[in-house]
Each structure stands twice: as structure tokens, then as C-alpha cells.
Design a protein around this ligand. Structure first.
Ligand code: SF4
Length: 181
């Protein structure tokens, strides 16, 4: 099954946008600066999660991984969080988004071969990541690194490709991607 076929399957109640881009014509924009935003630790996961920096790998390693692929399937999930800003609701939407990214991973046809799947936000599968206690990841088959941990500037990529990035008030948008050849 070609990757284009899963795009149609993905357009369910959570995935509002999905598209495949040729990375030769529209490369993903990677920069060390993106990792600097991670280090600023607005999300609280820097140095606290196996899928986030520094555990995910050096920026150079991550950027070289991205360069190995010639196509990307980019998708966006959307969630309502109500009228009032409530961080517990936001956290719940990250967990929903990551569950959705795992569903997308199951849709990837076997004949696609080598690929890299990336999510929105550091992995929230466990209440507290095993990294904090210097233990191995409890579910390496489930954890998926965030887009930003691979130095990808998703904001600039969406802007360049006229993809809606920012959510209106009362909603949260997240992106996921599958890099492949
Ligand atoms: S599955 Fe658990 S231990 Fe593994 S990265 Fe996610 S939160 Fe951490």
C-alpha cells in the first residue's frame, strides 16, 4: 500500500490535516536553535524524559537522521480545551495526540521500510518517565520522540507550506510526522 493511501485513512475526528511533502523540494528546516528552546524547558521535560534532549541524542546525530529521508508525511491533530486555560486539560490532549500518533504508526505499510516517526511533545505514557530514576524506558515500543528533539523547526516548515499552525483560543493543535523514502 502506498503512503498516500494512509493519508485518507488518517482524516478521522482527530487528524484534520495530513499531507506528504517531497523533502528535496521543501526540506525540513533543522537548527541547533530548536534544541535551545528545549533547553529553556517550558514543557518541563528537558533532561527528564527518554524521548527528549539530552537523552534523545546529540543535535548533530538527530539532524543527520532527518537527512536520511526524502519524503515526509506531516499531520495535525486538534483538540478542544474549553473556554478556560487549564493545564490538566492540555496534558490530557498531549496524551490523546500521542495515542493518535501510535495509531498512525500502526497504519504505516510494511513495504515502506526504514522510517522515522515523530510526535508532538515528550512522551507522557508513564506518569513519571523512568529517565528520572536512571532506569531504562519501560515501553520502548510505545515511546515516540517529539519533532523538536530532532531539531526540526515545524513552525517554519508549516509557514513555508501554508499549513495552519496556531490553534484558535480554546483549542490545542499538535503535529506528528513520518519520514520515509
Ligand atoms: S514510555 Fe515511559 S519510560 Fe519510556 S519514554 Fe515514555 S514516559 Fe519515559
Amino acid at each position: 500500500m502506498p503512503m498516500d493511501d494512509i493519508v485518507q485513512k488518517m482524516i478521522d475526528e482527530e487528524i484534520r490535516f495530513a499531507g506528504i511533502f517531497d523533502l528535496v523540494r521543501t526540506p525540513l528546516l533543522c537548527s541547533d536553535m530548536v534544541r535551545q528552546y528545549c533547553a529553556n524547558n517550558a514543557c518541563g521535560k528537558y533532561n527528564k524524559n527518554w524521548t527528549c534532549p539530552p537523552a534523545v541524542g546529540e543535535p548533530e546525530y538527530c539532524m543527520n537522521e532527518v537527512k536520511r529521508y526524502s519524503k515526509v508525511l506531516v499531520f495535525r491533530t486538534e483538540y478542544k480545551i474549553g473556554e478556560w486555560y487549564d493545564y490538566s486539560l492540555v496534558e490530557g490532549t498531549i496524551a490523546k495526540h500521542q495515542a493518535c500518533v501510535r495509531k498512525v504508526r500502526e497504519m504505516i505499510p510494511k513495504d515502506v521500510g526504514d522510517h522515522l516517526i515523530l510526535s508532538g511533545g515528550g512522551c507522557v505514557y508513564c506518569k513519571e518517565c523512568a529517565y528520572v530514576n536512571n532506569e531504562k524506558c519501560r515501553h520502548p515500543d510505545i515511546s515516540i520522540p517529539p519533532i523538536e528533539s530532532y531539531c526540526i523547526d515545524i513552525f517554519r516548515f508549516t509557514k513555508k507550506n501554508n499549513i495552519v499552525y496556531g490553534a484558535p483560543e480554546g483549542e490545542m493543535y499538535y503535529f506528528g510526522m513520518v519520514l520515509f523514502n
